[in-house]
Design a protein around this ligand. Structure first.
Ligand code: NAD
Length: 364
């Protein structure tokens, strides 16, 4: 496929190739849609097979961010960047400072953050050269670890789904099976057990399992291969994508699927298949947006209370999606896309009104 076709076919605005012979930097910034505001999304560092695979990944991830920010009600567009390289061996200060200068050159059209293969430390190097980076440590005025906020959002999504299905959002006495008790899963177990819920967990990491069993009461551990068979109210995938597929679907004994993992549905059709089985699916990018909301708060001057309040709003957003799905007879994943697209279209209409001078606000 031709380069411009790759960019244009899914509505991307821009792709920027960054090369610095001194540091060896090779990076691609993909900007999907900036109708709502500057494109925000992390920088992934990965050893791609070839440049085409790197571009494709950046474009795919950038588009995902457009939908995630729009559904979350943020005034942010969708973007993502990739640095081609090995995150274990190829990192140093100058690479990230060089990268930061390219980001600065985009003049705020793209705001970066950490992602797979990059860390808070890397972003602090990026920050030495650009104003357009978030996801820095609390000590530097940043938002710190996003995981507790992501978990809070997932919990709000679970509560909204319970309310929709049963008329009550009380987690007491409910069983939640949590697949993966890493950063987000740990905090989700904390919230569910605090609310009186029962938790069944699985993980391939013995240390993470030990930590969650030691820290919280009444946590049952099962083998990772049997997590899909657990008789529970809510299945919360917090490890891997594509876990709702032809193999796992017939095994599920839950009535709600809501977790932090991205791309939970192996294919779009699995969203309809869940609905046909009477399982309510709270779309992944909606319920896992708490971390994004938290990090985006840095743009206004980070404030924990404001971030928490915003993340709590995932309850109402999830409910709105269930309502759209019911009213229009579509799967909830499709309803989430519709909500995002309608918000972008509505804001585009508002912005069509000419204003003589730019509004004096940081993000427009
Ligand atoms: P993490 O790496 O800290 O935790 C993932 C856990 O899953 C680990 O404990 C790992 O051992 C476990 N795991 C891996 N394979 C497994 C398997 N086959 N069965 C059971 N457990 C398995 O990651 P995280 O930050 O907690 O994120 C979890 C998921 O949520 C990821 O998919 C991530 O992309 C997504 N997510 C995270 C955030 C965030 O704020 N951290 C935000 C949005 C989305």
């Amino acid at each position: 496929m031709e380069l411009f076709d790759m960019i244009a076919s899914r509505g991307h605005e821009q792709a920027v190739f960054c090369h610095d012979p001194v540091t060896g930097l090779r990076a691609i910034v993909a900007i999907h849609d900036t109708t709502l505001g500057p494109a925000l999304g992390g920088t992934r560092m990965w050893t791609y097979d070839d440049d085409g695979a790197a571009l494709e990944d950046a474009l795919r991830l950038a588009r995902g961010m457009t939908y995630k920010s729009a559904a979350a009600g943020l005034n942010l567009g969708g973007g993502k960047a990739v640095i081609i390289g090995n995150s274990k061996t190829d990192k140093d200060e100058m690479l990230f400072r060089s990268y930061g200068r390219f980001i600065q050159g985009l003049a705020g059209r793209y705001i970066t953050a950490e992602d797979v293969g990059t860390s808070v430390q890397d972003m602090e190097w990026v920050r030495m050269e650009t104003d357009f980076v978030v996801g820095i440590s609390r000590s530097l005025g940043g938002s710190g670890d996003p995981s507790p906020f992501t978990a809070l959002g997932v919990c709000q999504g679970i509560r909204a789904a319970l309310k929709w299905q049963t008329g009550s959002d009380d987690l007491a006495g409910k069983t939640v099976s949590v697949q993966g008790v890493g950063h987000v899963g740990y905090h989700l177990v904390k919230q569910v057990t605090r609310a009186g819920g029962r938790v069944v967990v699985a993980d391939i990491d013995a240390d993470n399992l030990r930590r969650v069993s030691n820290d919280f009461d009444g946590v049952e551990v099962v083998d990772p291969s049997t997590i899909y068979d657990v008789d529970c109210d809510i299945y919360a995938p917090c490890a891997l994508g594509a876990v709702i597929n032809d193999d796992t679907l017939p095994r599920l004994k839950c009535s709600i699927v809501a977790g932090s993992a991205n791309n939970v549905l192996a294919e779009d059709r699995h969203g309809s298949a869940l609905a046909e089985r009477g399982v309510l699916y709270a779309p992944d990018y909606v319920v896992n947006a708490g971390g994004l909301m938290n990090v985006a708060n840095e743009l206004e001057g980070y404030n924990t209370d404001r971030a928490t309040q915003q993340v709590q709003g995932i309850y109402d957003i999830t409910t709105e999606i269930f309502q759209i799905a019911r009213d229009e007879g579509i799967p909830t994943a499709q309803a989430a896309d519709a909500l995002a697209e309608r918000r972008i279209a509505a804001v585009a209409r508002v912005k069509a009104t000419h204003v003589p001078t730019p509004l004096n606000r940081r993000r427009r």
